[in-house]
Design a protein around this ligand. Sequence first.
Ligand SMILES: NC(=O)C1=CN([C@@H]2O[C@H](COP(=O)(O)OP(=O)(O)OC[C@H]3O[C@@H](n4cnc5c(N)ncnc54)[C@H](O)[C@@H]3O)[C@@H](O)[C@H]2O)C=CC1
Ligand SMILES: NCC(=O)COP(=O)(O)O
Length: 339
Amino acid sequence: MTTDLPLALSQGDPAGIGPEIALKAWSRRREAGLPPFVYLGDPRILKARAAMLGLEVPVAVSAPEAAVDAFGDALPVFAIDAATPVAPGKPDTATATGTIAAIETGVKLTMRGKTAALVTNPIAKSVLYSSGFRFPGHTEFLAELARRETGTEYRPVMMLACPALRVVPVTIHIPLASVPGELDQALIIETIRVTARDLSQRFGIKAPRLAVAGLNPHAGEQGTIGREDEETVRPALDLLRAEGIDVAGPLPADTMFHASARARYDAAICMYHDQALIPVKTLGFEEGVNVTLGLPFVRTSPDHGTAFDIAERGVADPTSLEEALKLAARLADGPGGLA
Ligand SMILES: NC(=O)C1=CN([C@@H]2O[C@H](COP(=O)(O)OP(=O)(O)OC[C@H]3O[C@@H](n4cnc5c(N)ncnc54)[C@H](O)[C@@H]3O)[C@@H](O)[C@H]2O)C=CC1
Ligand SMILES: NCC(=O)COP(=O)(O)O
């Protein structure tokens, strides 16, 4: 990373594995070649987790401006008071305020030039929803926080990437039964435009090749197995081709993800969450990264969730977080990324 700014790393759900993988990543900073980062969260929770798991990590409360210098000797923490006890593996709505505050702080620091990019630890959507949080996930919340900073509306697009595959779900965290109703040409067109632009401008892929999955089995089999692929997806792709975007499809999703099919595109555009995330997590769960396109700043995240089931055990793998930190630093530096 050429910038002298640290990355901001939000705490995520403190009852999950976020604190543990942050501690482990810091411990592996030299061998993993990690850029400096400042953790946004409650230092007492981090210290308690380190002690519980037997991780010898010094934690130093630090302003972002001092974090790069501090990083060699201690894990710098920009303190956000959680004001509530946390039990690993036991999600609690009372922690939502601190979780949300860490994300808000990360956006402010990054958009105001104090940190180079934002990396988010996983949140449990259900915990935040039960506290009244009205966004489906980070992706949409970050666009709203960016709008509050600049007054501009952003179209956030989720992309997950591992060395073998990049995927973009057009619809994200909605019930499967709602997908056909939510899919429309405007959503498909906007999602693909943002993907093509950011793959080119941020990832340095000059003319991105995009493969678009149909919604239905066999991409609708000429309209005989569902009408959406002919009536919604295909016309959207025709319009994008007329704009010069390299899109293939709608393609049968079941034959898009084997090795020789993957060699024909730079990203797969999928119609719903699991159509996109099953292949990418199958091919690269350990090193997969979630990156939000369409924002005026860089945001990445590990591909996994809060893993409450292992939060007490000390067995969480920090690799995906480490890859998210490295990708955030590369993207903050300019075009590069996983290309
Ligand atoms: N970026 C984010 O904020 C994300 C948040 N989530 C949230 O996470 C919560 C739990 O979701 P799940 O579907 O259970 O997925 P999960 O990824 O938390 O866990 C799935 C399985 O993978 C294991 N696992 C996950 N990360 C691991 C790691 N680093 N090392 C070792 N094992 C690991 C878990 O122990 C579990 O058995 C949900 O509330 C969901 O909303 C899920 C994905 C992304
Ligand atoms: N399944 C991906 C996921 O839950 C991440 O969502 P987000 O919080 O990054 O919007």
